[in-house]
Design a protein around this ligand. Sequence first.
Ligand code: ATP
Ligand code: ZN
Length: 226
Amino acid sequence: QPPVRDRLRIAIQKNGRLSEPARALLSSCGLSWRESPDRLFCYGETAPVDLLLVRDDDIPGLITSGVCDLGIVGRNVLLEEVSLADLEGQPYNAKELRALGFGGCRLAIAVPQAWTWTGIEDLRGRRIATSYPGILQRWLDDAGIDATTVQLSGSVEIAPRLGQADVVCDLVSSGATLAANQLTPVMDLMTSEAVLVGTTQPLDPARAALLDMLLRRLDGVLKIRD
Ligand code: ATP
Ligand code: ZN
């Protein structure tokens, strides 16, 4: 049984690309907060909607564990957790509720500029460096390609130069970082943007009403921004 709470709790990124736009979006929904000195928890003033400021990677888990009701995170981060659960044959009890229109990027295969790319078959038997082993594995499985995943938590784009991998599967927005490492994107696994994530479990009535209010306001704001 999830604990009964009469306040809604939203996890957002503490420091990073999504922090400011996520807060700005929630502010434009009429929310405001009193900040705690440690800047981890922000108490909602205009509505009983509080914020928890965390690493983006922690956001899906905070929702599946019921610590937070909602989160704002890149679709790539959510899909990675969904993919890992799926590979284990497990259901996942958090899902995308809304696409939020910022933080746009794609998860792409990028190969050394010296390669002549002919298609996905070129990945057979190759070492692919990525921070998204779950999404990559499902994609390779779907395509029937056997390759070796080299899991790295950061600086994926340097792996081919270091001889750790042949190609990368990494997030791309402008492509400048890839180009600086003599890599060129050849295929997209997914397109991403910031999304509102929520639980698939029913909320208690108080929080369900708050979620309804928030989604109504959010839809209004997103429509105007469109
Ligand atoms: P944290 O310290 O919270 O773990 P992080 O370094 O993992 O932060 P950021 O670099 O701030 O995360 O990126 C957050 C999200 O921004 C990504 O998961 C992705 O959805 C999105 N994003 C948009 N463009 C890019 C890009 N060029 N590179 C990486 N992420 C991008
Ligand atoms: Zn992160």
